[in-house]
Design a protein around this ligand. Structure first.
Ligand SMILES: [Zn+2]
Length: 270
């Protein structure tokens, strides 16, 4: 049965009483663990932590990643072990001034989305899909918006990218996605930085209470990136997800979103 949801003042989705999305094996919620920017620490810390907890993650690797160049065989290998390698553009373009008004001083001028066109961005995303197909042979891909930005040259590229990806991940506030209603090409995620394991688990508990999808956006894990969380916090969250797998389904963003799309279609044809 299809139920509707209310957006709270905090942006969290609170499902109506009794709402339930048919997650696999009777799980009450779903979680995606995603890691951005293709840095060495993902191979060195994130993947070992995930596999120690029998979990699989999604890695959004830009084509310009030094780690992808230097350790390509290892990146290919984690794909074979069930992790997802997703598209994060070739050159990681972002807006110089974010939607919230923050000025990104670190951004190279050539990579300003203000100077891109939508066509240029789509061509770059297509080229990155080709690179990833060469890496792992896959043809079904998801994308993570660089810096969570979705405008190029003053225009949205959300609609133009739909044919390229089964789903796409946005960000960055602490919010859950309603699997019935979310735009699968702009799924919210929480960009975690310096937060405890306990605080991340609290969001998963909220997802369980509401039947929602919680998507975490990591960068560094115990170092390796200026946006970082401690390895202890990371392991605490993953250990908790492992122990509670009968109530929370944790899988790659692609697999979770394919399930969401299939269930929505099934419900619509009932
Ligand atoms: Zn990024």
């Amino acid at each position: 049965m299809r139920r509707y949801a209310l957006l709270t003042a905090f942006g969290a989705v609170v499902a109506a009483q009794g709402a339930s999305f048919p997650w696999p094996n009777g799980a009450k919620a779903a979680v995606c663990l995603t890691y951005d920017d293709g840095v060495d620490i993902h191979l060195d810390h994130a993947v070992p932590d995930l596999e120690a907890a029998n979990l699989r993650g999604t890695f959004y690797v830009p084509g310009s990643s030094n780690s992808l160049d230097a350790r390509m065989d290892e990146w290919r290998e984690i794909g074979r072990r069930g992790h997802e390698i997703g598209n994060h553009a070739v050159f990681h373009p972002c807006l110089r001034v974010s939607a919230k008004g923050a000025r990104r001083e670190w951004l190279q001028p050539e990579r300003e989305l203000e100077r891109y066109t939508v066509r240029q961005m789509i061509e770059e995303l297509r080229a990155m899909n080709t690179t990833l197909t060469a890496l792992d042979g896959g043809r079904v891909r998801t994308y993570a918006y660089n810096c969570s930005d979705w405008m190029a040259g003053g225009e949205s590229f959300i609609d133009p990218l739909r044919p390229l990806f089964v789903a796409a991940r946005g960000g960055e506030d602490e919010e859950l996605a309603d699997p019935w209603k979310v735009d699968v090409h702009y799924v919210p995620s929480w960009m975690v930085r310096d937060v405890s394991g306990e605080r991340m688990i609290a969001l998963v508990r909220k997802a369980i209470d509401t039947g929602a999808l919680a998507v975490f956006m990591f960068h560094g894990v115990g170092g390796g990136h200026s946006i970082d969380i401690s390895r202890e916090a990371h392991r605490e969250l993953l250990g908790w997800l492992d122990k509670h797998r009968e109530v929370v389904w944790t899988d790659t963003f692609r697999r979770v979103m394919e399930h969401v799309i299939a269930e929505r279609k099934r419900s619509a044809t009932r």
